[in-house]
Design a protein around this ligand. Structure first.
Ligand SMILES: [Zn+2]
Length: 183
């Protein structure tokens, strides 16, 4: 049980977590819902609260763009209790249900740090699901990738400080900075 979350049951507060991977869970109807696994959950003071949590991929997550393992994010969420385990199975069979704690309704998501972007995903053209690079078909909508054009993974805009200038641009900018108009 997540004892440190239990102490905060019912509270809405800010957390830090590290993106680990995307998952899927069965929906009441339609395609499976996308979930997000975060590890190293801490409060904003850096106190460890639990080793991992699964959250629904809410609008706030989608607005961050595609997440990569190791990205560190901050978010507000509510601590709540839920029943874990399988209903209808007796305790003596090693089943039964017990109360555990989870985080719900994540909002105000932002990056604390990002890892380098690399080619580890195939994004489904049909349903936008982020699949591992070795997938042959979308895990969410099941459509094989050879039947769909590959969607490029959105790239981050380059850091302006890292944009390579041509020698001429470099020269012009140096002259500019000392007040000499080249053209
Ligand atoms: Zn798909």
């Amino acid at each position: 049980m997540r004892e440190k979350l239990k102490l905060r049951n019912g509270a809405r507060m800010r957390f830090k977590g590290t993106f680990d991977r995307y998952g899927l869970k069965t929906a009441y109807r339609g395609l499976p819902l996308v979930t997000v696994c975060l590890t190293e959950i801490q409060d904003m003071q850096g106190k460890d609260l639990c080793d991992h949590i699964w959250l629904n991929e809410t609008k706030g997550f989608r607005e961050l763009g595609v997440l990569y393992p190791g990205d560190r994010i901050a978010f507000d969420a509510r601590v709540g209790a839920y029943l874990k385990g399988y209903a209808g199975r007796e305790e003596e069979e090693g089943g039964g249900q017990y109360v555990d704690y989870k985080l719900t309704r994540p909002t105000k998501l932002m990056f604390l740090s990002k890892v380098g972007r690399r080619k580890i995903y195939i994004i489904c053209e049909k349903c936008d699901h982020v699949n591992g690079i070795t997938a042959e078909r979308c895990r969410r909508c099941k459509i094989p990738f050879e039947e769909q054009p590959l969607k490029p993974v959105p790239q981050q805009p380059p850091d302006p400080k890292l944009i390579q200038r041509t020698l001429e641009e470099e020269f012009t900018s140096i002259m500019d900075s000392i007040g000499v108009k080249v053209k």
